[in-house]
Ligand binder design. Structure first.
Ligand code: HEC
Ligand code: HEC
Ligand code: HEC
Ligand code: HEC
Ligand code: HEC
Length: 216
């Protein structure tokens, strides 16, 4: 009697099994790498906004301090996005005919706020607070990078738990004087180690690694 399966099927079966296992491992590895990659965390991906607001022009060319537009970073968890009327403090005079600012005028006359799209967003189960970081001498640049060089704001850091903890375990080398919080490209004028140690005492710096710091 002829065998139900000819001998070559043995080899074929082994090859298929091998490919299946390798495929499964590759798929798993792909997902694990992808979850940590900038593609998934949205790092360095600019967002299209209703008005092409450009930090390069406002911060670098015109020298407007972050505080003028993101004032609540000093007093509350959220840094806040400026209102239409704040833009119009300047733009009722400057560029007041520009079509680039049509949506701004429309927002003003209808009273509908401009729908800025979020660039950074933590999951709801994570608690974050700008004011404590600012008070303890963590500069905007340390987390947001050089926004004065970005045509459209993009995330400069992954905002992952590991990223938060890397600093929370040892924040001292990452702090600067409070006066330099908004200064992009700041470099210490004295020995960096010495300055950081002095500031850590002055600002009563702590490490914060307990889960309830960020998950409450
Ligand atoms: C003239 C007002 C103005 C100034 C000055 C300004 N910003 Fe902004 N900023 C905005 C507006 C409007 C947006 C929302 C549109 C966008 O994302 O580009 C924004 C968005 C951002 C975002 C992204 C927010 C999000 O959606 O996650 C960051 C980060 C930011 N600004 C940081 C800074 C820093 C740091 C400075 C100082 C170096 C600064 N900004 C100065 C107006 C300003
Ligand atoms: C303190 C004054 C001031 C404020 C406040 C301000 N701007 Fe401007 N803006 C300027 C100046 C000055 C220019 C011209 C910049 C240049 O040509 O270098 C400008 C240019 C622009 C332009 C033209 C394109 C560009 O980037 O050159 C847009 C769009 C714009 N601003 C949007 C906004 C929006 C939206 C707000 C509110 C979130 C805002 N501005 C707040 C001063 C201001
Ligand atoms: C320790 C890191 C860190 C520092 C320092 C920091 N930010 Fe943020 N910023 C974040 C994170 C994280 C978010 C997203 C918050 C969320 O989704 O709840 C954010 C969000 C924002 C937003 C969007 C609006 C909001 O409040 O959610 C703006 C604007 C902003 N930051 C501006 C600033 C400015 C200006 C400074 C300096 C004064 C600054 N940030 C300092 C981490 C930081
Ligand atoms: C570059 C450094 C740095 C990064 C990055 C950073 N933090 Fe912080 N964080 C600090 C410092 C410094 C403090 C103040 C510690 C102290 O109490 O002395 C702080 C304090 C906090 C507090 C307040 C703790 C309390 O008990 O009042 C929260 C909440 C917090 N961070 C959340 C976060 C989250 C969430 C992230 C990531 C999205 C993050 N931080 C990223 C430096 C950092
Ligand atoms: C300094 C802030 C901070 C501290 C402290 C912290 N976490 Fe997180 N955690 C985060 C952030 C931010 C995320 C969101 C990460 C993301 O979206 O990629 C997160 C996400 C998580 C998640 C969701 C799964 C994941 O990994 O994305 C779990 C579970 C978690 N944290 C558990 C813990 C436990 C347990 C502790 C204490 C040992 C802890 N966290 C301490 C900031 C923190």
């Amino acid at each position: 009697m002829r065998a139900l399966f000819p001998p070559w099927t043995n080899t074929a079966f082994r090859v298929a099994l091998f490919l299946g296992v390798v495929g499964a491992i590759a798929a798993l590895a792909y997902l694990m790498i992808y979850a940590r990659s900038p593609y998934h965390t949205n790092e360095h991906r600019p967002v299209i906004q209703p008005i092409q607001f450009d930090h390069r022009h406002h911060v670098a060319d015109d020298g407007i301090d972050c505080r003028y537009c993101h004032q609540t970073a000093w007093s509350s968890p959220s840094a806040g996005i400026p209102s239409t009327s704040l833009c119009l403090n300047c733009h009722s005079q400057i560029w007041n005919k520009s079509p680039l600012l049509d949506p701004l005028r429309a927002a003003y006359f209808t009273g509908e706020p401009i729908r800025w799209r979020r660039v950074h967003r933590l999951p709801d189960y994570v608690y974050f607070d700008h004011s404590i970081h600012v008070a303890k001498g963590v500069g905007c640049e340390s987390c947001h990078g050089r926004v004065d060089e970005m045509p459209a704001v993009e995330m400069a850091a992954p905002l992952s738990m590991k990223w938060c903890l890397d600093c929370h375990r040892d924040p001292t080398p990452r702090i600067r004087p409070r006066e330099a919080i908004t200064q992009l490209g700041w470099t210490p004028s004295e020995d960096p180690g010495l300055l950081a140690a002095k500031l850590a005492i002055r600002y009563q710096l702590h490490t914060r690694t307990s889960c309830t710091t960020c998950h409450r």
